[in-house]
Write a protein that binds this ligand. Sequence first.
Ligand code: NAG
Ligand code: NAG
Ligand code: NAG
Ligand code: NAG
Ligand code: NAG
Ligand code: NAG
Ligand code: NAG
Ligand code: NAG
Ligand code: NAG
Length: 557
Amino acid sequence: MRLKVLLLGAFVSQIEAAQSNVSYTELYRPQYHYTPARNWINDPNGLVYADGTYHMYYQYNPGGDTWGAMSWGHASSKDLTHWKEQPVALLARGYPDNITEMFFSGSVVIDQNNTSGFGNKGDAPWVAMYTSYYPLQQVLPSGKQVRDQQQAQSIAYSLDHGATWTTYDEHNPIILDPPAPYQDQYLDFRDPNIFWYQPIKKWVAVISLAKLHKLLIYTSPNLRQWSLESEFGPFNAVGGVWECPNLFPLPLDGDESKVKWVAIVGLNPGGPPGTVGSGIQYFVGDFNGSTFTPDLNSIHGGDKDSERTRSFANSPATDDNANWLDWGPDFYAAQAYNGLPQDQRTIISWMNNWQYGATIPTSPWRSAMSIPRQLSLKTIDQKIAVVQEPKESWKAITEAGNVSTVPSVTGVHRLGEIGKAVDIQLTFPSREAATNGSSEFGIIVRASEDFSQQTRVGYDFATQQVFINRTISGDVSFDSTFASAYYAPLSPATDNTVTLHIFVDWSSVEVFGGQGQTTITTQIFPSDNATYAQLFSTGGSTNNVQLSISKVRSTWT
Ligand SMILES: *[C@@H]1O[C@H](CO)[C@@H](O)[C@H](O)[C@H]1NC(C)=O
Ligand SMILES: *[C@@H]1O[C@H](CO)[C@@H](O)[C@H](O)[C@H]1NC(C)=O
Ligand SMILES: *[C@@H]1O[C@H](CO)[C@@H](O)[C@H](O)[C@H]1NC(C)=O
Ligand SMILES: *[C@@H]1O[C@H](CO)[C@@H](O)[C@H](O)[C@H]1NC(C)=O
Ligand SMILES: *[C@@H]1O[C@H](CO)[C@@H](O)[C@H](O)[C@H]1NC(C)=O
Ligand SMILES: *[C@@H]1O[C@H](CO)[C@@H](O)[C@H](O)[C@H]1NC(C)=O
Ligand SMILES: *[C@@H]1O[C@H](CO)[C@@H](O)[C@H](O)[C@H]1NC(C)=O
Ligand SMILES: *[C@@H]1O[C@H](CO)[C@@H](O)[C@H](O)[C@H]1NC(C)=O
Ligand SMILES: *[C@@H]1O[C@H](CO)[C@@H](O)[C@H](O)[C@H]1NC(C)=O
């Protein structure tokens, strides 16, 4: 006990020192996206809302700014906007010199009824289920033997609202090997996503067999003993490993009597067309407590839409036979919050890509989290789509916007210096309605005074695609695939307008198209003085443009 207190004290002061030692104004430091003060992060883990606080754990290397010594870092927030970095929650066992177990991705639930029996007097225990990665063959305290580099599923519990955790060493890992006939997959068996399923009064875990492109669904009465129920996959995109799965219900078109289930699956490599590396696909279907059954039209066999996206000229298609959650290169390992009502389903993703994640030019941290996004399911153009809405306390951090109408843009329309962290909304008529032969319309952001450095966010009227072009966005030197343009399908709204909601930060651009059914997320690394913007209309004029620009304040002050 004494040791634990001392250790905790040491970590608290270490974190405080680390945080007080950084300015949060370094070149490229995101101002309203979460980053740790220093060091490497990847997947968000254990997203859980309780007692008015959003907790976010994440894959964290306490000792460096590249992947390694994987531990669970921790941050908390009252508003999904201002985050406070907390002491490391699960530190790699044996860190730093003799690591025998790393804590890979997983999730956290609050065991209200003490089904696990981990509770003591008082509050409900919190239970984390995660993948244990064992770098070396060994016999564990539970007596179980694990193999070299084995991945297995373990649990830990917290009796202090998620601050400190105790691993269940008496029995871990509680799922040692993949089930028959997949026992040989023990090197790629990971990322449990757990949630409570009320109709059968059981816990559900979705775990990935990464190389086989399968998800396994388990259930448990008590979070300790798990039974295999079913498997899902492979379907749609299979250009890389499947990992970081999530399964959750969403009402269709806001109707609580029409609930569908959504499975999201990280894919690395083999992301969206035109990207290299990581991406996320989703499936819409039904779940009955044991089996997830995708809707037939959620499974692609080369339908019209994918033919269309495959045929566009600028972007080499990789595997577009999928429903992409985001069409950019920097949106991976999304996880949904446990503990929120169904109509507030909110995800956060890692805003980076395994293709170049370790070489992005940031210091002393590396990698940021996406803007939290609230999800809904809407019927758009006769299809069911996951719709995403950026969810932060915008009122608290956004200055009053400059709203204007620009009657006509031909060539460029200068906007001057708009800054480095801005919320931009752009609505314009689609070509049929009111443009005068223009082929592309959009806004250039994070540009240098002479526009030799710039990032373009726009819409291609002929192909009905939104795009972000970061070819000359700043430092693109660290990876040969980084200087690229990314396209995503977006039909005009029923009133023949296109709306782009664009969030620019010191090292990222996220665009939400239409109602949020199409998003593109990209990192950029522009110069500090790249603060200029202008509208552009290529090949003709675009008329009656509604523009709103609001500065976003730092969440670190
Ligand atoms: C804080 O910064 C100083 C000076 O740059 C450095 O010597 C020290 O190691 C840093 N402390 C931590 C905790 O990073
Ligand atoms: C590393 O830790 C394991 C497990 O605690 C122990 O058996 C082993 O002797 C340690 N190795 C070294 C080099 O300290
Ligand atoms: C807790 O117990 C109640 C009453 O038995 C039950 O309805 C509910 O589903 C349980 N919830 C959880 C999360 O265990
Ligand atoms: C939870 O269950 C354990 C084991 O049965 C018991 O010791 C503990 O008191 C329970 N805690 C609560 C809060 O009910
Ligand atoms: C769930 O659906 C699957 C597939 O249709 C079926 O085999 C299974 O029996 C169903 N389970 C329950 C509990 O209804
Ligand atoms: C608001 O936007 C208009 C049109 O782009 C521009 O002329 C004006 O200077 C802006 N005003 C402020 C206060 O930024
Ligand atoms: C349409 O474009 C032509 C040629 O670029 C231009 O002369 C004309 O003024 C434009 N009309 C409108 C309504 O913008
Ligand atoms: C992206 O922008 C660059 C620089 O402006 C340009 O050369 C390139 O053609 C654009 N790429 C696409 C696919 O539009
Ligand atoms: C902007 O910053 C870059 C990189 O620091 C520098 O090379 C350039 O001279 C600056 N431009 C102006 C106009 O100050």
